[in-house]
Design a protein around this ligand. Structure first.
Ligand code: URA
Length: 238
């Protein structure tokens, strides 16, 4: 059983204040009866809530795969900048959604948006070593010595030792395109790893987390919900 006002807040972008206003003004019904008490306890799996006659579907957990463009903050809310949650349509936006794992503002690609704190914890826990695969455009050529240094797990400028990584050169040349898989998620990790071999990252895109690969039919800014089986792919092979 949960409080009516808490349920409505969690399923929409409405603040607690707005929600209380709606309830007190008699615009909310529970099983067809007007309910004016925000603290009323109901069972959201059984009781039907409607606002102005429109049923409010209840889903405890939601999971979305988003193709993040550069320039968008990977946080839930920001007073000034647009965030990954702002890219969701009003119907999908809820106050409790957050990105499970951060990408830098200028990084593109796969972001998982959810309100499932336990799942996010499992994904982010260093215990699981979930592989994360990125495509990286570098600002200078990369040779065998640099590849080896990155693959054996470089020591970052602040002394942090990285775990070994896998690196494949996809396009050689003056500004090579490489694919790298890392098994942890330190702050600015890819940029700092390439920094140890004096290479700058000019473009970065995350393409997979565990066995979950970014759907290539999703244009930048687009997203879709994920099924249970796809969620379990996150931990495949871990
Ligand atoms: N590593 C980075 O440097 N930036 C990201 O956004 C993700 C991984």
């Amino acid at each position: 059983m949960q409080r009516l006002d808490k349920i409505i807040c969690s399923q929409s972008m409405k603040s607690r204040r707005e929600t209380d206003g709606l309830i007190r003004r008699g615009r909310v019904t529970v099983n067809g009866e007007i309910c004016r008490r925000p603290a009323t306890h109901i069972d959201p799996d059984v009781d039907e809530i409607a606002i102005d006659g429109t049923p409010l579907p209840f889903s405890r957990y939601v999971y979305f795969m988003l193709n993040k463009p550069a320039g968008i903050l990977c946080v839930s809310r920001d007073p000034k900048a647009k965030t990954v949650v702002d890219l969701l349509s009003p119907d999908d936006r809820r106050r409790d959604i957050f990105p499970a794992g951060r990408l830098d503002r200028d990084t593109h690609g796969l972001v998982l948006l959810t309100n499932d704190g336990e799942l996010a914890h499992r994904i982010l826990s260093p215990k699981h070593h979930i592989p994360k695969r990125y495509l990286v455009r570098l600002d200078g050529p990369i040779g065998q010595a640099e590849i080896k240094a990155i693959e054996t797990g470089p020591v970052l400028a602040d002394g942090t030792k990285c775990l070994p990584a896998h690196l494949t050169v996809l396009q050689d040349g003056g500004e090579p395109l490489v694919e790298i898989t890392i098994f942890e998620g330190k702050f600015h990790q890819i940029k700092r790893m390439f920094g140890t071999v004096d290479r700058g990252v000019t473009w970065l895109k995350r393409v997979s987390m565990g066995g979950l690969t970014l759907d290539d039919t999703l244009q930048e800014c687009e997203y879709r919900s994920l099924g249970k089986q796809e969620i379990s792919l996150l931990f495949k092979g871990c």
